[in-house]
Design a protein around this ligand. Structure first.
Ligand SMILES: Nc1nc2c(ncn2[C@@H]2O[C@H](COP(=O)(O)OP(=O)(O)OP(=O)(O)O)[C@@H](O)[C@H]2O)c(=O)[nH]1
Ligand SMILES: [Mg+2]
Length: 454
């Protein structure tokens, strides 16, 4: 309930120098006033230094600084106080427990994940794209993702969404006028032509936006990358080299890795969600077979496959089997162990090969290749609407589809009063993106991905 007063630890639940407890909602000031040694009810200061005291036992819990935000000046749009206390979880828990129990009021409760941001949205302090940006900002894995989130948080993205809205509205208006005043001869033909030109432009811009969103998704979420190859080619050595730690066991014995091993890396603006797998070969070892089965499952889900071959050996049947397996997939063929004398004959392989030496940390050509594949096009986030939530991207796809249907209809000279229905449908999807049409469960779903206290 929006009338509840909510409480949460906004900093990490760790031992640290200072912890911040956030309180927001109508009872905020009266609640804190009960446990603070100074009266904050009629004051208008922004900061207070004082003590949190249990009024029943008179025991001092901590010395704190209160940062007070009055309704319109707060992030949530409600009365909010941030209690800066000493960063001991024991103190934090005592303060939160006191706040939850002292007024014996059921409307004072712990916040759910993302509830502060949800309130900021419901109270009109930020729109849905900016709310999403708050979460993106916190979770940004690299500099580019940070810039994307900042660009959305500062409202530029919302401005671009509005521009899209205006264009769609103009189209709807144009057609409506035609439908309402059909008496002028030839008006319908004129409108049809004008609307078709504008709709084509809109569609082509939607295509660009979709393309750019795909890149943004890669930047934000990383690329699910699976390393495969027959045993002993150096898959786990590459994983360790990329992660700069000995995460997976490596050895000269074929069949060392039995299960999958994962890790995340950020190199420049590329984030990889790496999965090292059991070497794929024909084997009678049952455990190894299970591992191989798993490797094949991950292969199916991967956005990128690194198929590793051993450059110091000739190709064998196991390699050929793997090459066949990845034929139609998004794959880079990595030739490892280039530090050794090379025996592998490239003539049997596809043209583009990436030579590396995992053992010597010599993998830059691989990173360059990945960048070339995924980040060839730069994101122009000043001019393009970037939607990072999957739900918003799905809505954008629906808009694109609907606009395409409108184009087909216009090309087939379908009467305008039928064509307009497509535009109206697109309009509804757009309203869902900007949060003007709210589907309640979706809102909950979106904010539940946030951290507590945010
Ligand atoms: N000279 C050289 N040796 C390497 C290189 N990469 C890996 N090796 C060696 O090759 C052997 C096998 O490496 P692993 O990383 O365990 O191979 P794997 O592909 O994970 O093998 P499985 O887990 O059995 O499928 C180890 O002795 C590594 O030190 C390399 O670039 N150069
Ligand atoms: Mg291995």
């Amino acid at each position: 309930m929006i009338n509840d007063t909510i409480i949460a630890l906004a900093s990490a639940p760790l031992k640290q120098a200072i912890a911040i407890i956030r309180v927001s909602g109508p009872e905020t000031f009266s609640l804190i006033n009960k446990v603070f040694n100074r009266n904050i009810l009629n004051a208008s200061k922004e900061k207070y230094f004082g003590r949190i005291i249990n009024p029943n036992t008179k025991i001092i819990i901590d010395e704190v600084v209160l940062v007070c935000y009055y309704k319109s000046s707060s992030f949530t749009g409600e009365d909010t106080i941030e209690i800066n206390c000493h960063g001991s979880m024991l103190i934090v828990n005592k303060i939160i427990h006191l706040l939850l129990t002292i007024m014996k009021n059921d409307n004072i409760r712990l916040a759910t994940a993302g509830e502060f941001t949800k309130r900021a949205f419901l109270n009109g302090k930020i729109d849905l794209l900016q709310a999403q940006a708050v979460n993106d900002l916190i979770n940004a894995p690299n500099d580019e993702a940070l810039s994307l989130a900042m660009n959305s948080l500062n409202g530029n993205n919302s401005k671009l969404l509005k521009e899209l809205e205006t264009r769609l509205l103009e189209l709807i208006a144009n057609i409506s006028v035609n439908i309402d005043y059909p008496e002028y001869d030839g008006v319908e033909k004129l409108t049809q032509k004008l609307v078709l030109t504008r709709t084509n432009e809109l569609y082509s811009d939607l295509l660009t936006i979709t393309k750019q969103n795909k890149i943004a998704q890669v930047i934000n979420d990383g690329i699910d990358t699976v390393i495969i190859g027959k045993p002993n080619v150096g898959k786990s050595t590459l994983l360790n080299a990329l992660l700069k730690e000995n995460r997976a066991i490596t050895s000269t014995i074929a069949g060392t890795t039995r299960d999958i091993v994962t890790g995340k890396i950020n190199i420049d603006n590329i984030s990889l969600n790496l999965i090292d797998t059991a070497g794929i070969r024909n084997t009678n070892d049952i455990i190894e077979q299970l591992g191989i089965q798993k490797s094949k499952q991950y292969l199916e889900k991967a956005q990128l496959i690194l198929l590793m071959l051993d450059g110091s050996n000739i190709l064998d049947d196991n390699d050929m089997l793997l090459l066949e397996l990845v034929k139609d997939k998004n794959c880079i063929i990595v030739i490892n162990k280039v530090d050794l004398q090379q025996k592998l004959s490239a003539s049997l392989l596809p043209l583009s090969l990436v030579p590396i030496s995992a053992l010597n940390n010599d993998f830059n050509p691989l990173i360059d290749k990945i960048k070339e594949m995924f980040l060839q096009e730069k994101i122009n986030y000043h001019n393009n609407l970037i939607l990072t939530s999957t739900h918003h991207q799905m809505l954008l796809d629906k808009i694109k589809m609907t606009i395409d249907e409108a184009i087909q209809a216009l090309n087939n000279s379908v009467p305008l009063d039928l064509v307009i229905l497509h535009f109206q449908e697109a309009w509804d999807y757009l309203q869902e993106i900007n949060g003007k049409i709210i589907k309640d469960n979706l809102l909950d779903e979106m904010f539940s991905r946030f951290c507590l206290g945010k």
